[in-house]
Design a protein around this ligand. Sequence first.
Ligand code: ATP
Ligand code: MG
Length: 434
Amino acid sequence: MAEINRAVKGTNDVLPSESHKLQFVEGKMLEVAGLYGYNEIRVPVFEHTEVFLRSVGDTTDVVQKEMYTFDDKGGRSITLRPELTAGVVRSAIEKGLVNGALPVKVCYIGGCYRYEKPQAGRLREFHQFGVECIGAASPNADAEVISLARQVLMSVGIEKISLEINSIGCPECRKDYHKALKEYFTANTDRLCDTCLERLERNPMRILDCKSPVCSEIAAGAPVVTDYLCEECREHFEGVKANLEAMGISYTVNPHIVRGLDYYTRTVFEFISGDIGAQSTVCGGGRYDGLISQMGGPKTASLGFAMGIERLMLVLENQKIALPEAAKTDLYIAPLGDKAQLTASSLCAKLRGDGFRVETDICGRGLKAQMKFADKTGAKFTMVIGDNEIASSGAELKNMRTGEAFPVKFDSLSDELYKAINKSAFDDLAEAIL
Ligand code: ATP
Ligand code: MG
C-alpha cells in the first residue's frame, strides 16, 4: 500500500465507533482525580531535548534508544515527549507553581512518543493519564497517590489487578546498594548485554530493568534494595505501608521493581494485570524527591504516576468489562420534498438548541434510503414530514424499537420528545428487570 494510505508503524486510529469508550474512561480519570483535588494541566507535545535528558535520565532505555529527537528549522534540538512528568515539572518551575501553595496537585492526559518495537500493549504513539503531587513529603502522600490510581482502575470496572510496591531508597542509602550491585554484576560481566555493561559503570540499578532474558535471569539473584535502606527511608516505607493498610488497599512488596526512569527515589509502585500478556504494567509511579531541584527548581519532595491508556483498554477488553454504549440519535426527521426539508431544518434547529441529538437528510435521499440510514445510526425515534404534516403542524413520532407511533404537534415537540425518550428508557429498564 502506498504510504499516503498507511498509518505510521506503531500508531493507532481511534475510530468514531470506538471513541466513546475512551471518552468514558478519560472522563472517569479526570473525575476521580478531581475527588483527590487534582486539576488538569496541559503541556506541549514537544520540549527542548534537554528537558528529557535532565529528568528522565541518560542511562534509561527511553533516552538511549526511544526518543523522537530532531532539529527544528531554527536549529534547536526538539524531542517529542516520551512521557509527561518532565514537561509538567518544567512548567511548574517555569510558571512558578513550585513557589506557590504546596502541594501542587495536577493531572494530565496526553500522547507520548517512543521509538519502540510495536507489539501488543507497546506502541510508538500511546497515551498516558497521570498525576503529579508536587511538594508533599509525608508517606500518606504516597498512599493517597496510589489510592487515586487504584480508584481510577476500579471506576472503570477493573477489580482484578495487583499492586506491587517497593522502596529504592534515597541517593545516600543507594551508594552502598550500588556498590553491592556492582560487585554482584561484575562477577557476571561475561553474560551481560552490551547496554548493561555500560550501565554497570554509570547506573547499575538500571540493569535490574533490562528486558533481555539473560540479564533478567542474572538480575533475579541480585542483592535487593530493601536490605540497604537507611533509617529514614525505611521509616518512610513503613509509613506508606501503614497508610495503605489503613485505606484497605492490598499490595505486595516486590523488591525487584526499580521503574524505567532515573528520577525515582524511595517509593515506587506498579499496577500489574495478568490478562494482557508480556506488557503487563498498566500503571507505574513513585516518588521523585530530587527531580525538581535537578531541573533547576527549589528542593521539593514530589511524586506521581502514569497509566498507559491503551494498556488499560486492553485490560477492559480482555477481562470483558462492559462499557457504556455510544449515545444514539434521539430523533431522525425524514422530510419529503423541498418545503418539508425547510420545516425539518427549522425543527432540527429548535430541538438541537434544546439539547436533543437530532439528524435529518442532508444528502437529498428518498424516504426508503433515509429510513435505512436512520436505522443504521440507531435513532430512537423517527418522524416523516410531508405536505399533510406541514398543513397540520404535526406528525407521527415513531419509536424505532417498538414500532409504536403517536401524534405530536410541532410547537410542543421538545416536550413530547423528552417524555417519549424517558418513557421508552423506563420501559426498557422495566423489561430488563422483569
Ligand atoms: P515498560 O516496562 O512496559 O516499557 P516503562 O517503564 O517504559 O514500561 P513508564 O515510562 O513508566 O513505562 O510509563 C508508564 C506507563 O505507560 C506504562 O506502565 C505503560 O502502561 C505505558 N507505556 C509505556 N510505554 C508504552 C508504549 N510504548 N506503548 C504503550 N504504553 C506504554
Ligand atoms: Mg519502556
